[in-house]
Design a protein around this ligand. Structure first.
Ligand code: SAH
Length: 401
């Protein structure tokens, strides 16, 4: 396999090698000038510039706009089973730096491009590893990857949740279920910074939990003592559990999903003290916030952690109006001195734009506010410096003056 002549050769159009030279692993379909040899979904190709410079080996995606995802650059060798073992070992070493295993057993083990494995997500929940194969390249290598996971994480059980929309863009059917280790319980009990949470990895969003918010839940916990907290887009109550653990006086979870709220009730029940109150409101956050404004309800802390509003660059303006709307309402509902934890997980909304949206919301609400802290995705979701898209979660902790 080390004979590079045995791989199909993809030659790029003139000047289109720029991003690969900057170690960004995507080659778009429009950058490809010619292909020599037989290419199949996920198979390895050798990429060259128009001038014939070797740019590295990548995985061919026949239908995606992202036609090739690179495994390495320049003269680095073609991928083989050892590459996956190496990358997984590196990924695990990174997590041991950022995760305190004595208090946390739910975290992202592999984060796609940032771990040199484009399209692969692996999340750990207690003794389960939940995998998503989301590109033709990792699908092609799935057995080697599963073997390497078993080797690197002996004793953990594997389960698949490759049912993200992005798999469709790669021309692959969704695929979920048993990987030979059976079916997980509908509620796996995990710990996050010492807090207990049930996670449904079979039917939950993504792989079950929004692990990227771990550090930000810990921040809320620091500020919550004695406070009345409104947790919007609560999902299964992660921020609610953090607030209650931090000594909040009351928490109200708001979400559209009855299933998410049902699990939020179980999660909060495990940490609810006699002195705290817990409420739920099922509905659309936009209209709930309006009705609370009309009813003159107020809160000490509001969390806004909406789903991705902008799925494409073209959707940014509409998404910005949505973000502004909820932030404006939240500023109105906050008591003077109150705290707003506001987030956007839309990669297309870049951090300065998000800050501007929140600033405009404060102006239109007629309030002065300051930023106490900038927040981002937790360290087990590292952002590759060469891949700006891998930094997607932005948050601002604002204080209403
Ligand atoms: N903060 C959560 C994650 C939020 S995910 C955590 O830390 O775990 C986004 C949530 O918003 C989902 O649970 C989804 O059901 C909910 N949602 C999406 N649109 C909504 C809307 N318009 N009104 C209320 N909830 C909504």
């Amino acid at each position: 396999m080390s004979n590079k002549n045995s791989f199909p050769i993809v030659t790029l159009k003139r000047g289109r090698e720029e991003s690969l030279l900057r170690r960004h692993p995507w080659v778009f379909s429009g950058a490809v000038a010619s292909v020599s040899g037989e290419v199949t979904a996920g198979a390895t190709v050798l990429v060259r510039s128009a001038e014939g410079l070797q740019l590295g080996f990548g995985a061919w995606s026949p239908v995606s706009q992202i036609r090739i995802r690179m495994w390495g650059y320049g003269d680095s060798p073609a991928p083989d089973a050892a590459l996956f073992r190496d990358r997984l070992r590196n990924a695990a070493a990174l997590r041991s730096l950022v995760i305190d295993a004595s208090v946390t057993d739910a975290y992202r083990v592999v984060f796609s491009e940032a771990d040199g494995l484009p399209g692969l997500i692996v999340d750990r929940y207690a003794d389960w590893l939940v995998c998503q194969f989301l590109s033709a390249g990792v699908e092609h290598w799935r057995e080697a990857i599963l073997d390497a996971l078993r080797e690197e994480f002996p004793g953990l059980r594997l389960y698949e949740r490759s049912d993200e929309e992005s798999r469709g863009k790669e021309g692959m059917e969704p695929r979920s279920g048993d990987l030979g280790d059976g079916q997980p319980d509908s509620a796996i009990l995990i710990k996050e910074n010492g807090m207990r949470l049930f996670v449904d990895v079979v039917t939950g969003h993504k792989t079950g939990l929004y692990l990227d918010q771990r550090d930000n839940r810990a921040t809320l916990r620091e500020f919550a003592a004695g406070k009345d907290v409104l947790n919007c887009f609560s999902y299964t109550g992660g921020f609610a559990v953090a607030a209650l653990t931090g000594g909040a006086a009351s928490v109200l979870d708001c979400d559209a999903s009855a299933d998410a709220l049902a699990l939020a009730r179980e999660n909060t029940a495990m940490c609810l003290h006699a002195s705290a109150a817990y409420f739920q409101e099922q509905g659309d956050v936009f209209s709930v916030l309006r009705s609370f404004r009309d009813a003159r309800k107020t809160y000490d802390i509001i969390v806004l952690d909406p789903p991705k509003f902008a799925h494409t660059a073209a959707a940014v303006n509409k998404a910005a109006r949505g973000y502004k709307d909820i932030n404006l309402l939240a500023f109105k509902l906050l008591r003077p001195g109150g705290l707003l934890f506001t987030f956007s997980c839309s990669g297309h909304i870049v951090p300065p734009l998000f800050r501007k949206i929140v600033a405009d919301a404060a102006v239109d609400a007629g309030v002065d506010a300051v930023v106490l802290r900038e927040m981002t995705q937790s360290g087990d979701h590292p952002a590759a410096l060469s891949v700006p898209e891998s930094l997607y979660l932005k948050g601002l902790l604002c204080k209403k003056m």
